[in-house]
Design a protein around this ligand. Structure first.
Ligand SMILES: CC(C)(COP(=O)(O)OP(=O)(O)OC[C@H]1O[C@@H](n2cnc3c(N)ncnc32)[C@H](O)[C@@H]1OP(=O)(O)O)[C@@H](O)C(=O)NCCC(=O)NCCS
Length: 140
């Protein structure tokens, strides 16, 4: 499954804030406009580079991922949100989007030794993602 990441900018940001989830999934991630705002205000801190990317498959936007990464660190590399729009779920785009996002992080930040994923916002549960597998790490 081939997907391509494209940085969200003034030319395409409306595409990023349009996607919708199934109602039962809406507690899992921030609304897309919030994800974009978190990048804009550098929510993690000024040490982190916050990047919003659209996920494209066959030149169609199928979702997005946002990352917050501290290039000076070895382990502070976070996939803050990842989302595949409801009609395109279940076709492998989510898995491909995670792999492409991890690959982008590894290429962009030479010091990176681990990529972490925040998920289940209401439970504050976190997982550490190691390509190609996923290791459950800490919860709190
Ligand atoms: C999670 C999400 C990104 C997966 O995208 P997707 O395109 O449907 O996933 P894929 O088709 O690539 O499936 C990948 C694997 O994840 C599994 N999976 C997908 N959604 C899942 C869910 N909600 N719970 C458990 N497993 C799930 C699939 O069964 C598949 O596993 P398999 O290959 O062993 O069958 C998408 O459902 C989504 O946007 N969900 C709402 C937002 C969210 O929860 N984001 C993650 C937290 S930041």
């Amino acid at each position: 499954m081939d997907v391509v990441l494209t940085l969200a900018d003034r030319s395409n940001w409306r595409t990023m804030v349009r996607p919708q989830l199934k109602p039962e999934q809406q507690e899992f991630v921030s609304p897309p406009a919030w994800s974009l705002a978190r990048c804009h205000v550098r929510l993690f801190s000024d040490e982190f580079e916050h990047l919003p990317h659209l996920i494209y498959a066959s030149e169609q936007a199928v979702g997005y991922s946002t990352t917050a990464c501290n290039p000076a660190s070895e382990h502070d590399y976070w996939i803050d949100d990842i989302m595949i729009v409801a009609p395109h779920q279940g076709r492998g785009y989510g898995r491909a989007g995670v792999i492409e996002t991890v690959s982008m992080i590894v290429r962009r930040y030479p010091r990176c030794r681990a990529v972490q994923l925040t998920c289940f916002r209401e439970r504050h549960r976190r997982e550490v993602v190691h390509e190609p597998g996923v290791r459950r790490d800490r919860s709190g």
